[in-house]
Design a protein around this ligand. Structure first.
Ligand SMILES: C[S@@+](CC[C@H](N)C(=O)[O-])C[C@H]1O[C@@H](n2cnc3c(N)ncnc32)[C@H](O)[C@@H]1O
Length: 264
């Protein structure tokens, strides 16, 4: 059986009365990229965010097998959003993700290039090397998901922060992990006091940070503002909705991987 991938549609329904956030078909679209990743639980939120923000430039630091990155590319393609996407990774691994061989990059490239090669670039270099390729304030959406020690993630944020435009958004994965030397939660606690922010607790935690007031007129900004302005009760509803969607996506990915493996 082939899975039908749903194009982004104009039809949306309100998440709940009084929370200015809607969901469209994109939030329910199955992941085309099938791989094992803790990120599969955040795919519905990422697709929601990209559909609302319509970033001109999206950069991901840390792509590995490509769950989060391909979800972004899938959304851009399905929605015909004019986004240039860049994935930065050595594709060698690190102390937290584990070290791996060239087959990971080859597998990602075989999936990525025919589908997304027209608007997306896989940059096989270190984050520090790649930083020189981006102009100040040129990035609308940055996802930081490299090595997760406090020192490493702070270095990545400090290095790349000048390249994010005022009002741009930075995502941090693993904000809820407090063992194995992970320190994203410490940086997140510092940053969330300074900038508009929202945190999801499921899927090891995802921090969403906005760097100051947005500049320019983005159609979906009202919904993004509603995320950052949510009161405590609204935050619970938003967290539950995306945790539910994320769990469904993770189970669907695992199920399709199992069936695909079984049919070979
Ligand atoms: C947690 S994984 C990324 C997970 C991915 N976002 C997903 O959806 O599953 C972290 C990746 O960051 C890469 N990485 C870590 N530090 C790096 C650095 N300084 N420069 C380039 N790549 C790095 C590793 O090679 C690894 O593939």
């Amino acid at each position: 059986m082939t899975t039908k991938f749903i194009p982004v549609s104009a039809h949306r329904f309100a998440l709940a009365p009084g929370i200015g956030i809607s969901l469209g078909a994109e939030a329910f679209s199955p992941s085309q990229r099938l791989c094992i990743s803790a990120w599969s639980e955040h795919v519905p939120f990422l697709t929601w965010l990209i559909t609302r923000q319509r970033p001109g430039v999206f950069v991901e630091l840390g792509t590995h097998t490509g769950m989060s990155y391909c979800a972004a590319c899938q959304t851009v393609r399905a929605g015909r959003i004019p986004t240039k996407c860049f994935a930065v990774d050595t594709w060698q691994g690190d102390e937290h993700a584990g070290f791996y061989g060239g087959e990971v990059f080859a597998n990602l490239r075989a999936h990525h290039d025919p589908l997304y090669g027209g608007f997306s670039t896989l940059m096989r270099k270190t984050f520090d090397e790649a930083a020189a390729d981006f102009a100040p304030e040129s990035i609308d959406l940055l996802h930081i998901d490299g090595l997760h020690s406090y020192e490493a993630v702070k270095h990545d944020f400090d290095t790349w922060r000048p390249m994010v435009r005022p009002g741009g958004i930075v995502l941090f994965h693993d904000t809820q992990v407090r063992n194995r030397g992970f320190g994203v939660y410490q940086l997140w606690a510092e940053l969330a006091q300074t900038y508009p922010s929202f945190e999801f607790y499921h899927g090891y935690g995802l921090g969403v940070l906005q760097l100051g007031a947005p500049v320019g007129d983005i159609a979906g900004q009202g919904e993004i503002d509603a995320l950052f302005a949510a009161d405590e009760m609204q935050q619970v509803v938003i967290r539950q909705a995306f945790a539910h969607l994320g769990c469904a996506n993770a189970l669907d990915v695992a199920d399709r991987m199992r069936r695909e493996g079984a049919s070979k």
